[in-house]
Design a protein around this ligand. Structure first.
Ligand code: BV8
Length: 234
């Protein structure tokens, strides 16, 4: 580990939002235990039954709007504001807790729950309310073509041009609260390591990506990440 970094890249997953009260995906009471992932988070499911998928995400919105950032989100903001380096956040999360924590340089590779995209013209619109198959596109005025701007299984990720550049030039790659099972995000640590970054994993347990991390900091991110940022800011 170095005593000084120039470009720090975070990869966050559902675990960073757990202490804000949001369910993660693959633990006992995870989101997908109540729904088969094939039923809600695949492009086939959306094409087969768009309103079922719209409903799944519409129902999630009130809880997401209420959720507040926790000390883990706020620690990243504190690092961005006080450490003399570029600090970027690549997030798999569709919640807006990094934004609520006043972080910047946030890249939602799996999309965002507060956006919908028109499959007819590509227009992206903010959707804090419900989206249904009746929603009319504000750009091309076609209805029934608005899809949640969320990357389903079988769809390409967003922001990958920025992500590639970040992974090639990071000198510190920090993974927080992700199980490391969904690709290509789960492979980002390998790329960062290949290009020379130090790599640290913050989780409650060892993950399938164990091998690629130089350091593992176990525990709740709401406790471990603020401590880590305090040390960096010494
Ligand atoms: C793609 C949107 C090209 C919905 C999501 C075989 C091998 C390799 C890859 C594949 C394969 N077969 C198919 C693929 C590709 C597939 C994939 O990876 N499948 C996996 C399941 C094998 N990937 C794709 O399809 C991707 N696209 O590859 O494009 C392509 C194009 C055409 C055809 C084929 C391929 C698209 C992936 C995006 C899918 N969409 N979400 C939604 O979010 O509602 S993925 C979903 O999983 C979420 O985005 C989520 O963020 C992501 C990862 O989950 P995690 O965030 O890690 O959450 P999880 O619950 O798993 O873990 C939480 C962790 O936190 C745990 O480790 C826990 O211990 C920890 N934790 C909990 N509390 C705390 C904590 N840590 C610290 N503190 C705490 N307090």
């Amino acid at each position: 580990m170095r005593d000084r970094y120039r470009k720090i890249v975070f990869l966050t997953g559902a675990g960073i939002s757990a202490e804000s009260g949001l369910a993660t995906f693959r633990q006992e009471n995870g989101l997908w235990n109540n729904h088969r992932v094939e039923d809600v988070a695949t492009i086939e499911a959306y094409e087969k039954n768009p309103d079922y998928v719209h409903n799944f995400y519409n129902q999630m919105k009130p809880e997401l709007w209420k959720a507040q950032p926790n000390p883990a989100h706020l620690a990243i903001t504190r690092l961005q504001q006080n450490y003399p380096a570029e600090v970027h956040i690549i997030t798999q999360n569709i919640d807006t807790l990094h934004e609520k924590a006043n972080s910047k340089n946030i890249h939602h590779i799996h999309g965002q729950i507060n956006q919908a995209v028109c499959l007819n013209c590509g227009q992206i619109m903010e959707t804090w309310g419900e989206v249904t198959s009746e929603t009319v596109c504000p750009q091309c005025h076609v209805s029934s073509m608005m899809k949640p701007n969320i990357v389903f299984f079988g769809e390409n990720l967003l922001c990958m041009d920025i992500v590639d550049e970040l992974l090639h030039h990071a000198d510190l790659f920090i993974s927080v609260g992700t199980s490391g099972v969904v690709f290509p995000a789960a492979g980002f640590v390998q790329t960062a390591k290949y290009y020379g970054a130090d790599t640290i994993e913050f989780n409650m347990e060892p993950t399938s990506n164990n091998f690629y991390f130089d350091k593992h900091i176990m525990g709740k991110a709401g406790l471990t990440l603020p401590r880590f940022v305090d040390d960096l800011l010494q």
